[in-house]
Design a protein. Structure first.
Length: 109
């Protein structure tokens, strides 16, 4: 399984009132397997299948994605009960065995 570097995700986690807003931008081609290249050949499917987020090691979000998600997906979600200094980790796995993981510390907005 190929593990990709931290440059494949950009994250922000900010405390806003009683919740933390997490924003994640992922670099991924998200190919459907139905698009053709310049030589009229199908481009193989390549997409994120599973995404998970944890707060201090406890799972808070799991998502199963398919080919309907756009290239370089952007995800925003909110968490209650988190505080400044807590650690949020996001991991994704794609259909070709690649994965990426990144963590961020919650900051004040």
């Amino acid at each position: 399984m190929a593990k990709l570097g931290a440059d494949n995700m950009k994250m922000r986690a900010q405390l806003k009132g009683d919740f933390v807003e997490v924003k994640v931008l992922m670099s991924h081609p998200m190919e459907t397997g139905r698009r053709k290249d310049d030589f009229n050949q199908l481009i193989p499917a390549h997409f994120v299948q599973l995404l998970a987020a944890t707060l201090n090691g406890k799972t808070v979000l799991e998502a199963q994605w398919g080919t309907g998600i756009s290239k370089n997906p952007y995800l925003t979600f909110r968490l209650k009960g988190a505080k400044v200094g807590d650690v949020i980790e996001v991991t994704w796995h794609d259909n070709l065995g690649a994965s990426a993981v990144q963590e961020i510390v919650v900051t004040e907005a």
